[in-house]
Ligand binder design. Structure first.
Ligand code: SF4
Ligand code: SF4
Length: 60
């Protein structure tokens, strides 16, 4: 299980700075979480101003 950033992301970068795993990187349209490294801590969801990171229950 991992968090996933949806299209509401405004690429502010706050989550990437706070992620303890440093597994969030800037992508073309939004920030992207490396789900192999994500430990599901929820820190990104807590700091995001637009609620873009959510638990991804669709895969694995
Ligand atoms: Fe990083 Fe935690 Fe968010 Fe996963 S849930 S991307 S480990 S801050
Ligand atoms: Fe995108 Fe939210 Fe991360 Fe900012 S904190 S880069 S809006 S997911």
């Amino acid at each position: 299980m991992a968090y996933k950033i949806n299209d509401d992301c405004i690429s502010c970068g706050a989550c990437a700075e706070e992620c303890p795993q440093k597994c969030i990187k800037e992508g073309a349209d939004k920030y992207v979480i490396n789900k192999e490294e994500c430990i599901n801590c929820g820190t990104c969801a807590g700091v995001c101003p637009v609620g873009a990171p959510n638990e991804d229950n669709d895969e694995e």
